[in-house]
Design a protein around this ligand. Structure first.
Ligand code: ATP
Ligand code: PRP
Ligand code: MG
Length: 285
């Protein structure tokens, strides 16, 4: 089976890191090769442009693809969105010159020129909002277009807002949210490779779920057990086992990494000892 992944751009590193964590590692081959064998028997990576991935997956040239939701929507490709990933998060916005002082773009009563590489998303948005506009199709560096007077405003991706501010632009309306996704060909379940595709998806989901979680194990004297269990985050059902010696229990549970300092301080206060904190590689549900 084939997985289409970005051959450059900002999603390439996090995509390859995720596959690496899953256990799918590209095997050394010619630097220029665009189809790479991997450490998983029968799984190949197809290295292509991020924005081409939806069409490649729709055509069935790869069963799975990893790309941005913005490119999936823009392409109109009929593919399945299978897993939402935890990177590539940004927003598409309509941005206009700060000097225009616009709060509500629907109140503009003349035609404006909007530079964007997202022509389809922009056309839909502008129609939905009743904003009269002429699109200027560009393929990058949208933010510079208004200062060049190639357009009045832009529809483009923003994250921190730094690039917009630097070019005297103000985000006036949200168009859509975007993030990286795993997409699948509509017929992947019927393909000969369905079992393999399913296993790749299970491992990707398992890896994403495990990120930011830690396993914690601790010893708790019998007298403190109720206090310790009561102090663990409410959603958790910890496992407990009696140690072979002494009146002591081992308590095992999973905690979000961001809650860890608080949880550990509380647990120690309640009598937990020998606390072990362990990385979780995958959570398979
Ligand atoms: N500033 C950002 N922060 C986080 N994600 C972003 C940001 N800008 C774009 N993205 C997301 O990352 C993806 C961009 O992929 P792309 O390959 O186009 O990256 P790139 O670094 O812009 O490469 P290129 O040089 O080809 O433009 C899109 O899905 C987009 O939504
Ligand atoms: O809000 P910010 O944090 O400033 O990020 C936004 C910038 O990030 C993206 O550009 P990218 O770096 O991908 O370069 P590109 O214009 O070549 O796509 C996007 O197109 C913006 O220019
Ligand atoms: Mg970009």
């Amino acid at each position: 089976m084939k997985i289409a992944v970005p051959n450059k751009g900002r999603l390439q590193r996090p995509v390859l890191d995720l596959l690496y964590a899953v256990g799918i590692r590209p095997l050394a081959s010619d630097d220029r090769a665009l189809i790479l064998p991997t450490s998983w028997d029968g799984v190949q990576l197809v290295m292509v442009r991020t924005e081409d991935i939806p069409n490649i997956v729709e055509a069935g040239a790869a069963e799975l693809g990893m790309t941005g939701l913005d490119y999936v929507v823009e392409s109109g490709a009929e593919v399945e969105e299978l897993v939402r990933l935890d990177f590539g998060r940004a927003k598409l916005v309509l941005a206009l010159p700060i000097s225009w002082n616009i709060e509500d773009p629907t109140k503009i009563d003349r035609e404006i020129r909007i530079a964007t590489k997202y022509v389809n998303i922009a056309t839909d948005y502008l129609k939905r909002k009743g904003i009269k506009a002429k699109l200027v199709k560009i393929s990058g560096a949208a933010e510079v277009m208004p200062s060049l007077n190639a357009a009045d405003g832009i529809i483009d991706v923003t994250n921190t807002g730094t690039t917009l501010r630097l070019h005297g632009l103000n985000p006036v309306d949200d168009v859509m949210e975007t993030y990286a996704v795993v997409i699948g060909n509509k017929n992947w379940m019927k393909s000969d490779e369905a079992d393999k595709v399913n296993m790749v998806l299970t491992m990707i989901k398992g890896t994403i779920t495990a990120r930011g979680k830690k396993l914690i194990l601790m010893n708790v004297p019998n007298d403190d057990l109720d206090k310790v269990l009561a102090s663990l985050p409410a959603m958790l059902a910890p496992a407990i086992t009696r140690l072979s010696r002494g009146d002591v229990w081992e308590v095992i549970t999973v905690v979000d990494e961001r809650d860890l300092p608080e949880v550990v301080a509380t647990l120690r206060g309640k009598g937990a000892k020998d606390i072990l904190i362990v990385d979780i590689e995958k959570v398979i549900r």
